[in-house]
Design a protein. Structure first.
Ligand SMILES: *[C@@H]1O[C@H](CO)[C@@H](O)[C@H](O)[C@H]1NC(C)=O
Ligand SMILES: *[C@@H]1O[C@H](CO)[C@@H](O)[C@H](O)[C@H]1NC(C)=O
Ligand SMILES: *[C@@H]1O[C@H](CO)[C@@H](O)[C@H](O)[C@H]1NC(C)=O
Ligand SMILES: *[C@@H]1O[C@H](CO)[C@@H](O)[C@H](O)[C@H]1NC(C)=O
Ligand SMILES: *[C@@H]1O[C@H](CO)[C@@H](O)[C@H](O)[C@H]1NC(C)=O
Ligand SMILES: [Ca+2]
Ligand SMILES: [Ca+2]
Ligand SMILES: [Ca+2]
Length: 582
């Protein structure tokens, strides 16, 4: 048993080196059969195996190659030490035909709780699978020397492990992890919820604070003294013309400025996990360069999202351009520069949104009106349970939660605001589109379909949505039935309860459906706009199209929400340039 524990340590090291750190302790304990640790282990050995195929090299050579991907030289050195101690058994078990599933199960990182083994490499027949395992266990029994080597190396290493925590990168990752679940701006001295740093819910998420020592100064604020001396709303417009008239009065006063915010889920925050991390033909040191940013941003890319995106990608792991509702509103009226807030939380449901909405920053008297998008497009019917139907939000709960959020908004939104409500999507499109296609983790050997991937996650009880991402068509249909019921609840709120004091409601339905139709009309196939790693979100390619769809709906159905085009935009541009940028 002691040996097993050490073996687990070795394998855990591989997991950590692959930077599966966003799984906090709490998350590590989720799921069954080893949960995220098992998935991490499986992914690491799967990439190693793929690399060995792509580069026609032994498993240990592939392991050394993986060490070079680590974003710090000292990590690479440590990784090399571990690999040198495990090289023999790595090559041995690999030549026995062990799949990543088998390796991780043999190492007891993946377990058989609940009497089931979860496998993603299902092409490997069940009998083979157990035979492999027996052979590998036998091998470990008979090779004390190898084990002694590994343990010796670990012992040598352990006194020096302390340096790990001193590496600047690791330190930053640990700091980001500490704040991962608060979803609040971390660097915010004046407490106005706007930040001067980008990640950790900062300026990538909410317009940059132009004065972090004064809470009265922030994006969206009504001007103080017409901004003659200071820019109180961070839109880059201040001072006065030669005759002494304040520019804010000339250019913005009559423009009815209104900012944009979204209370939403991972679609609103724009989750994206680089496929370069899983595909041996694409993986290299470069692909892990932004690992810290990804962790600090909770795997989301709000700065590129269809909701509050304001810049084009400068990252090699995101391809495709950015367009967003905020960006279009800004082009319409440059006075709202930086007035955006993205409160998108991965996995958020209507119940959680009643809490997260409180982190919206708006003051009824001192700020301008706001357009808020209430965008929870699926999680209310999504969960990891096998009997997933029992854990979906009921129509009654949906009504209660949505009304609670809206009533709260009515207490903070300035008069003249708007709330857009998105209905839930048709999530069946995902399985229908993807199930036969090959998942990035199986690209080299052509041996993992999305169906395998979805079912594996269901087996591990870690699925993002066991009701939609399943081979069981009846279950998919029943999940959709509930989603449609919840959408109806939201639409009825718009029709029957549209009597809030400070805002008007507008409902938008069938977003995903419209997106796929529009994409196919342009000659594309639906799979191209779905995130390859999770098979659950829409990707960067589709973001500008989603923006366009929502925008056109608003132009047609509720142009008053978009407001007038500011005739002074060109003059603002001429005098204030990029208005301080972002
Ligand atoms: C892979 O390597 C082996 C031995 O190193 C060699 O015999 C074989 O030809 C190589 N295969 C390819 C496709 O290069
Ligand atoms: C991104 O680039 C495209 C194409 O050059 C451009 O049309 C678009 O306005 C840019 N988006 C942003 C947010 O700057
Ligand atoms: C809004 O701002 C005013 C003036 O600064 C302040 O007195 C008031 O408490 C604020 N309202 C809220 C809800 O914070
Ligand atoms: C699921 O719904 C689709 C579309 O409504 C229908 O064509 C199909 O027969 C249904 N399948 C099952 C198993 O209920
Ligand atoms: C499919 O899901 C339905 C609804 O949860 C369930 O009653 C049925 O037994 C499932 N079918 C299979 C083959 O698992
Ligand atoms: Ca601040
Ligand atoms: Ca401030
Ligand atoms: Ca200003």
């Amino acid at each position: 048993m002691a040996l097993n524990a050490k073996m687990r340590l070795v394998a855990s090291f591989f997991v950590v080196t692959c930077l599966f750190l966003p799984n906090s302790q709490a998350m590590f304990n989720k799921g069954t059969n080893g949960g995220f640790k098992c998935i991490g282990c499986t992914v690491v050995f799967a990439i190693m195996d793929q690399l060995s195929v792509v580069h026609n090299e032994s498993m240990s050579r592939a392991a050394y190659r993986m060490c070079t991907f680590l974003p710090d030289k000292r990590l690479t050195e440590l990784c090399n030490v571990v690999v040198s101690g495990s090289a023999t058994w790595l090559d041995q078990i690999h030549s026995m035909g062990a799949t990543p599933d088998t390796i991780c199960q043999t190492l007891n990182i993946c377990t058989s709780e609940k009497g089931k083994y979860c496998r993603i490499f299902t092409k490997n027949k069940k009998n083979d699978f157990f035979r492999q395992q027996i052979k590998i266990r036998q091998y470990f029994k008979n090779s004390q020397n190898n084990l002694a080597n590994i343990l010796g190396n670990l012992n040598e290493m352990s006194p020096n492990m302390g340096f790990l925590c001193k590496l600047p990168l690791i330190k930053k990752i640990c700091f980001a992890m500490k704040h991962y679940f608060s979803h609040m701006p971390v660097y915010d001295k004046d407490g106005d919820l706007f930040s001067q740093k980008y990640p950790l819910r900062g300026a990538y998420w909410r317009g940059k604070d132009c004065d972090d020592s004064d809470a009265k100064i922030h994006p969206g604020a009504k001007t103080i003294n017409s901004d003659i001396h200071t820019d109180s709303n961070c839109n880059g417009i201040y001072g006065s013309d030669p005759s002494g008239r304040p520019y804010e009065d000339i250019f913005c006063k009559n423009s009815n400025p209104r900012g944009f915010a979204v209370i939403g889920d991972s679609i609103a925050a724009h989750l994206h996990i680089p496929e370069e991390w899983l595909d041996a033909t694409k993986i290299n040191k470069e692909s892990f360069k932004n690992v810290l940013l990804l962790i600090e941003n909770e795997m989301d890319w709000p700065q590129l999202s269809f909701t509050t995106g304001f810049m084009n990608s400068t990252w090699n792991v995101v391809k495709g351009s950015t367009d967003s509702i905020y960006y279009r509103l800004w082009k319409r009226n440059r006075c709202i520069h930086r007035d955006f807030q993205n409160i998108g939380i991965n996995g958020a449901r209507s119940l959680k949104a009643t809490k997260y909405v409180k982190s919206l920053s708006r003051n009824q008297t001192t700020d301008y009106p706001l357009i808020v998008s209430y965008s929870l497009v699926g999680n209310d019917v999504c969960n990891w349970h096998i009997d997933s139907l029992k854990y979906m939000t009921t129509p009654k709960e949906m009504f209660h939660n949505a009304m609670e959020t809206l009533k709260y908004l009515d207490t903070i939104l300035p008069k003249g605001s708007f709330v857009l409500i998105n209905g839930l999507v048709d999530g069946r499109i995902l399985y229908n589109t993807m199930h036969e296609r090959i998942h990035p983790i199986g690209r080299t050997r052509n041996d993992v379909t999305y169906n395998d991937f979805y079912e594996y996650m269901n087996c591990m009880e870690l699925s993002m949505c066991s009701g939609w991402l399943t081979s069981n068509e009846t279950l998919r249909n029943l999940t959709q039935q509930r989603a449609d019921q919840l959408s109806n609840v939201l639409e009825n709120i718009m029709k029957n309860h549209n009597n809030f004091k400070n805002f008007r409601l507008h409902y938008i339905g069938k977003l995903f459906h419209r997106l796929v139709n529009a994409w196919e009309k342009k000659g594309g196939s639906a799979w191209q706009i779905i995130e390859p790693v999770d098979g659950f979100h829409n990707n960067q390619l589709s973001e500008p199209l989603v923006t366009d769809i929502v925008w056109k709906i608003l132009e047609k159905e509720a142009p008053e929400i978009l407001g007038q085009i500011n005739p002074n935009n060109e003059k603002i541009k001429k005098i204030f340039g990029n208005q301080g940028g972002y």
